[in-house]
Design a binder for this molecule. Structure first.
Ligand SMILES: Nc1ncnc2c1ncn2[C@@H]1O[C@H](COP(=O)(O)OP(=O)(O)OP(=O)(O)O)[C@@H](O)[C@H]1O
Ligand SMILES: [Mg+2]
Length: 611
């Protein structure tokens, strides 16, 4: 007894910033295990082990800690408590609930140091509906029963991974806390009892059976993304952008409108009031489909303003772990991390304290491997276990991380390293933001590798207008081509002026302007423009391309660009974004008909074909 107790305790032998050196624990402890400074209740994580001491990073500030203070080993790595009660909740990086702290204006998300709080309510009762029968054989990942966690999301209680056996007890339908026993499994003649809680270490990817090829887009409702730089469900995206270029607004729009089932929003090292704001906004915004507050499908992770940098790494990986858990239930989950640069900076700071040999710009040499550990947890997968009807479960985890390069320089290490691990890149451009072109996604610097995977899906959604018989993929190609021609013409225009260009080139410039102003620009704060659905998006893009197609014919027949610019319908095209709701597609069709009829009457008015 005494012997094992001795092994549990060590003492502080050095303090440097958020790092402490501890003697006495080195023989038993493993890397990433948690320790606790006993008297202050401060939790830390082991990051280095030597023959006669260990180094741990503390998740709270180390002010007034003293040498020789007692430190105990908790013998487990930082793990997430996974059970009903995660959704519409807000946690810090070590999963302490912050809701009360953020709702109380005075505390501004500030938790008293050393406060121990249970992550999830242990007393709240959930209505369990069992889905398996006694004596049935079950194995890891199988859904045992369900709980309506929020009106938007059903929580599927899964057998923990690694467990296989016969169900020897299953609770009746009824009210249970997450701690109550709800089933027992007999494995190798040993009966094990389970409640709703699973614990999972944050640094360990939750396993799956196999990765699938992405086929469906994550619809974001942001036109420039969904058409030009789409992301597939299970994909990875970086959103780099300098100060004030719109990273947070983009991430928040995604949290509000993207068609993921569950969102994990990680506010990593960003301002405390930003998180309070997110919490407020998400509770107020109602999901148009269900009429319920959007917060009911969101888990928020935030560092409190008083937490040291070491908590940032924890928050990124804690968020992904929670996301993987919902993915395993068969949901499409999106992790939105704002901003991963703050995490990289925390690595740099800790590496500096450890006096490690720095690589580029002071970042540690392991920056790439850490970033890749984060992004590689995205994917669309066949999960372990079966759903409630014994079918396989497919779940996806999309990761969208913003990056804040100092002075907007994308060649800096965090942006350039992140670029290696993501399949889509939404480059936010300070000049566009400055000229109020929002979202400031630069169409020449951004890219996505997903179009070929999801073009079949889009083909199925097509609005099939016979007058402009092109699908999503061709819309993309044409719009890209017009925008890049506009870019090529930029220098010539500066030299000789737009009006001196040939008519066909002037038409390109005019259509490019329509694309920019009537399609790419989108106001995230406008009640109609904040989200564009698939039909409206295709309608808007096709109307502009129809005008281009007919415009080229007009020019061939002797008309001039001014004739096209003067069409009344041009203004209506520019106003579609903010004046026509998603469910008023007939109004978009009407504008398309107006394009046709106005061009017809133009031809008639000017005596058919101009000479
Ligand atoms: N899509 C958008 N629609 C309308 N306005 C926008 C949009 N995107 C950004 N803005 C404007 O730009 C401002 C700054 O955006 P945001 O806070 O998202 O920038 P950021 O990149 O997160 O900045 P920081 O580097 O300071 O975190 C917003 O307050 C808003 O006024
Ligand atoms: Mg921001």
């Amino acid at each position: 007894m005494t012997e094992s107790k001795d092994k549990n305790y060590g003492y502080i032998a050095g303090i440097s910033g958020s790092l402490i050196t501890v003697k006495g624990l080195e023989n038993e402890i493993r890397l990433n295990d948690l320790i606790k400074v006993t008297n202050h209740n401060i939790i830390g994580q082991v990051i280095q082990i030597y023959s006669d001491y260990i180094i741990a990073q503390c998740f709270e500030n180390t002010n007034n800690l003293k040498l020789r203070e007692k430190v105990e080993s908790l013998f487990e790595p930082l793990s997430m408590e996974l059970a009903p009660g995660l959704l519409s909740n807000i946690f810090d990086g070590i999963q302490r609930p912050l809701k009360a702290a953020f709702e109380d204006i005075e505390s501004e998300g500030f938790l008293e140091r050393g406060l121990t709080l249970k992550s999830l309510s242990q007393t709240n009762k959930w209505h369990l509906v069992p889905k398996r029968n006694l004596n049935e054989k079950v194995s890891g990942g199988d859904i045992i029963g369900t709980v309506q966690e929020t009106p938007l999301i059903e929580h599927r209680i899964m057998v923990p991974l690694g467990i296989t056996g016969e169900l020897t007890y299953i609770a009746e339908e009824g009210e249970y806390t997450i701690q109550d026993e709800i089933y027992r499994v007999k494995q190798d003649n040993i009966e094990k009892s389970f409640n709703m809680i699973q614990r999972w270490p944050i640094t360990k990817n939750r396993p799956y059976i196999k990765r699938m090829i992405p086929k469906e887009p994550l619809i974001t409702g942001i036109r420039v993304i969904d058409l030009l730089f789409p992301v597939a469900k299970g994909g990875t995206v970086a959103v780099p952008g300098g100060f004030g270029s719109g990273k947070t607004v983009t991430q928040q729009s995604l949290a509000k409108w993207s068609n993921a089932d569950v969102i994990v929003y990680i506010g990593c090292g960003e301002r405390g009031n930003e998180i309070a704001d997110v919490l407020k906004q998400f509770s107020e915004i109602i999901d148009p489909k269900s009429g319920r507050p959007l917060l009911e499908r969101i888990v928020l992770i935030a560092n409190t303003s008083n937490m040291p940098v070491s908590a940032r790494g924890a928050s990124i990986f804690s968020g992904v772990t929670i996301a993987e858990y919902y993915r395993d239930m068969g949901y499409d989950v999106a992790v939105l991390a704002d901003s991963t640069s703050r995490y990289a900076e925390s690595l740099r700071e800790i590496s500096g304290l450890l006096e490690e040999m720095p690589a580029e710009e002071g970042y540690p040499a392991y920056l790439p491997s850490r970033l890749s550990n984060f992004y590689e947890r995205a994917g669309i997968v066949k999960t372990f276990g079966n759903d409630t009807s014994s079918n396989v479960k497919i779940g996806s985890l999309t990761i969208i991380g913003s990056v804040s390069p100092p002075s907007g320089d994308f060649s800096e290490p965090v942006t350039s390293t992140t670029r290696r691990f993501v399949q889509a890149f939404w480059a936010l451009d300070a000049n566009l933001a400055y000229s109020k072109h929002y979202p400031a996604i630069n169409w020449l610097d951004s890219y996505s590798n997903y179009p070929e995977y999801i073009s079949d899906w889009w083909f199925e959604q097509d609005i099939n207008w016979p007058e402009i018989n092109i699908d999503w993929e061709e819309c993309r190609e044409q719009i890209n081509e017009i925008l890049s021609k506009e870019n090529d013409l930029k220098n010539v225009v500066q030299l000789i002026g737009e009006e001196n260009l040939p008519e066909d080139q002037q038409l390109i410039l005019f259509i490019a302007r329509l694309i920019r102003e009537g399609f790419l620009i989108q106001n995230a704060f406008d009640n109609i423009d904040n989200f564009t659905d698939v039909k409206k998006l295709l309608g808007q893009a096709k109307i502009i391309l129809l005008l281009y197609k007919l415009g080229k014919d007009l020019l061939k027949n002797g008309f001039i660009v001014e004739d096209i610019k003067d069409l009344e319908v041009v203004n209506n095209i520019l106003r579609i974004s903010q004046s026509i709701e998603n469910n008023e597609f007939y109004k978009i069709e009407k504008i398309k008909d107006n394009v046709l009829s106005e061009i017809e009457s133009l031809k008639l008015r000017l005596g058919g074909v101009k000479s």
